[in-house]
Design a protein around this ligand. Structure first.
Ligand code: NAD
Length: 359
């Protein structure tokens, strides 16, 4: 807020907005915001609305209907297939930016919410797995004998997977990592992980903009066959493999779980997208064949203070790009649709004219 106030923005914050992440109302007031109760009147006056999880706005916030035409809303909007929300915005002539659609380019790194939150998820997943595991993680030499280090298997070497690898290594685990993008190999090895090359099949999934494309069922079947042996040796498995906008690839099935050591742990970060592992249930921990399956949905919320701090810095960086500030200190939003950052995350655009400068 202080960063954006320096650019001429004024703020109203809903009372209690930061409570769950350790920021009390007084700290917003100190930073210059006016505290308000949620109301349609406040929403109708806003030029910009900054949301966190915006996907359920259409159902849960009647205030959405009060936004003025040309207002800008930004947040994590789960844009893939969220036609109901898009239609609501278009009907109200609201411009919305979905942060999930931000292009993964160097210039946008400071705005990259998916990265800041995935980093947290990868870190916390390993802590959860370590806490649930019935073994030590590091190698220990004790008077009672030597303990071998735990073996971690990480599926997917994107932002969450690489952070999971780094965290597992810091705890002393030996880590194996599978990904289908060739570029991931070098990144994995530079963090001390051992890369599992994807199956050598003609129909290997391609890559677009740094993301893996969806694999064919034949490829996934071969990948599962390859991973069965790795799973049998693993103490903890961290599942992070995803394809944007698609169901998560199924990399572990029930038969593979039967080959795992009872007492081992699987944390599935892809559970909300259907799961990399059969049997994981959103929001729950369940046991199958003695293996603990931990749902890894919403993990950034469990590190809420830092998740919030990083999210706000991402948002501030994006808004700084969008704001035009005059010499007199007045600011307005200027959406440059030729900028790939703006056009990339544009979810709906119906502004009849540019919006002004209060959030
Ligand atoms: P993601 O969450 O969409 O997917 C996670 C990982 O799962 C990816 O590495 C993907 O290749 C992998 N995956 C997909 N199908 C798989 C399968 N069948 N088996 C194993 N792994 C599979 O990805 P992400 O973490 O959002 O990162 C996507 C890319 O963006 C990465 O290349 C990352 O380095 C890059 N990135 C770039 C920037 C930047 O330059 N600004 C910022 C962040 C991320």
């Amino acid at each position: 807020m202080r960063r954006l106030a320096a650019r001429g923005c004024t703020f109203v914050v809903e009372r209690g907005a930061g409570q769950a992440s350790g920021y009390d109302d007084a700290s917003y007031e100190e930073a210059g915001a006016a505290l308000v109760d949620p109301s349609s009147e406040q929403w109708s006056q806003a030029d910009v609305v900054l949301a966190v999880q915006g996907s359920d706005l259409a159902q849960q916030r009647s205030e959405l209907a009060s936004l003025k035409p040309g207002a800008l809303l930004l947040g994590l909007l789960e844009p893939h297939g969220n036609d109901a929300l898009k239609q609501r915005f278009e009907a109200g002539r609201v411009t919305a930016l979905a942060l999930e659609l931000l292009p993964r380019i160097s210039r946008a790194q400071s705005m990259d919410v998916l990265s800041s939150q995935a980093n947290i998820a990868g870190y916390k997943a390993v802590l959860l797995a370590s806490a649930a595991l019935d073994r030590y993680v590091p190698m220990l030499m004790t008077a009672a004998g030597t303990i071998q280090p735990a073996r971690a298997l990480i599926l997917g070497a994107g932002v969450a997977g690489l952070q999971a690898l780094a965290t597992a290594r810091r705890l002393g685990a030996v880590a194996y990592v599978s990904d289908v993008r060739p570029a991931a190999k070098e990144q994995v090895e530079s963090l001390g992980g051992r890369f599992i090359d994807p199956p050598e099949l003609d129909q290997k999934p391609g890559e677009a903009g740094g993301y893996a494309k969806q694999a064919t069922e034949a490829f996934l079947a071969e990948q599962r066959r390859q991973l069965t042996e790795q799973l049998a040796l693993a103490d903890m498995v961290i599942c992070t493999a995803q394809v944007p906008g698609k169901k998560a690839p199924r990399l572990i099935d029930d038969a593979m779980l039967q080959h795992m050591r009872p007492g081992s742990v699987v944390v599935d970060l892809a559970v909300a997208q259907g799961g990399n592992c059969e049997g994981t249930v959103p929001g729950q921990t369940v046991f199958r064949h003695g293996v603990q399956l931990v749902a890894g949905d919403g993990l950034p919320c469990s590190v809420a203070n830092h998740a919030s701090a990083l999210y706000s810095r991402n948002i501030a960086a994006l808004l700084e790009l969008l704001l035009n500030t005059t010499a007199e200190g007045a600011s307005s939003v200027n959406l440059d649709l030729d900028d790939e950052i703006v056009s990339g995350c544009l979810f709906s655009h119906n502004a009849p004219e540019s919006a002004g400068g209060a959030a």
